[in-house]
Design a protein around this ligand. Sequence first.
Ligand code: HEM
Length: 517
Amino acid sequence: MLSLVYIATTAATGIILAFMFDSWRRKANYLPPGPLGLPFLGNLLQIPTKKQYVAFRNFGNIYGDITTLRVPGLTFMILNSRKAIFDLLDARSSIYSDRPHAVMCPDLVGWDGAIVLSNNTPRFRNCRKLLRKGLGTSAVQSFVPFINRQSAFYLRDLLERPDAFTDIFRRNVAAISMKIAYGYDGIAEDEEMHDLAHKGNCYFGETAIVGVWLVDMLPILRYVPQWFPLAYFQRYAAHAKPVVLKCINKPFEETKRHMKAGTAGASFTSMLLQHVQGDPEAEDCIKYSGAGISLGALDTITAIMSWFFMAMALHPQVQAKAQAEINKAVGNERLPQIEDKDSLPYVFAVMKEVFRWQPPAKLVPHAVSKDDEYRGYFIPAKTTLIANVWAITHDENVYHDADKFIPERFSEEGAPDCMNDVFGFGRRGCPGILVAQAHVFVSMAATLATFNITKARDARGKIIEPKVEDTPGAISSPLPFKVSLQPRSEAAVNLIERSVEHSKTLSERLEAFSLDA
Ligand code: HEM
């Protein structure tokens, strides 16, 4: 009897020890490889503050397509290949759809309710359901006339203020996204609202990057007061938070006020609020989903349009070819519309190439909710995984001469579709993809139909070469640059003027806003 107890105890101890050893071995040794770092600082000094996506790809070339990096307070993994990204973030989306935990952007700056920062919780899934309804195929059909209508005003603004093209992109996006989210018409004249949306977005972009803010690395610092010497982040947050909260709350409250007064136009927010009056949780979900629409669009579309202008100035032969296609398929009597997409395959390829060349979200962070294993490596729960989107759209095995701007690559047989890569992955994939593509396509086609974009010249007539340099932050835009924007002809100017007059006669309202099932 005693020996039986002895055998059982020894076996149980053996199993427990083996389990503990296995767990320790996996945790200690089987993380994906990465560069050796310094004590405490980890790899912090090896990660540049600019073009991190290039440094991450270079690590990948040495250590493989999953690379582990450490900065104080955070161990994270970079996914540098399409296969690793899709195997994990897409195929195992049920556990790879959290976001890295941070302090600065959500807690200090006030974006804590934002869908884009939320973990894969029931509230998140509810919000995504609403966004699917409000931004799905049939809903987008009801926005198309409004997006087409706006392009005439966008061109008029370019005609009047050609040097302010970035501001014009942003105002055009604000007009469309505020209309969809809140049915709001007056954004063009409402400097306060425009400024709010712009600043709220900047505060998001600047603070939502992994591994940059000291307080994200040492969360205990959140308790230090503003006057503390290293507490720049506290002073920044104190300034930003009231703006962020106003930018989320104000348009929502205005929509509710209009609904009460019976003056609300059809919109995502008003359509959904009708069904949930008085339910604070549901209202909160609608509020943040509406904010997701108005803010998700602003910097991303502004960035891609800016990269488009730079690409056209750098590649006049591409521009001329796209313009010739528009002349042939659409003519000179009207502006191109979203419905012309199928007869403008080269313009569509130009759009894809801009997205591939300079994806606005070059690094996309997800987090895993459970321990997992992949290719024999251990991926502990709560690990941050950063999809290096730039690395996969610049993979020479997929895109030859990947640094060059070659829209023709998309007419080659078997050409991959980069649009599957630049709007995110799995359950977190961008809910605004259809609106974004419609808006960007029509804006690019309308610009090509009416303007020539060339390199600017300085006061002595010398060409100013645009530099392909991007801003740091969650969304990568080009650093400010100049181009020369000239109407293609007198007829083009007339076309813009006639289109503006015609657009003024079209309904400003989204009368037929139909939610998807
Ligand atoms: C050039 C245009 C755009 C690009 C390149 C873009 C790209 C992205 C990417 C990469 C993500 C993260 C996906 C992930 O984590 O896997 C995202 C999320 C999101 N986008 Fe977009 N987007 C664009 C336009 C829009 C528009 C027009 C809207 C709304 C109408 C929108 C709303 C959102 C929202 C709400 C999220 C958060 C989703 C979540 O975290 O689950 N985006 N977008």
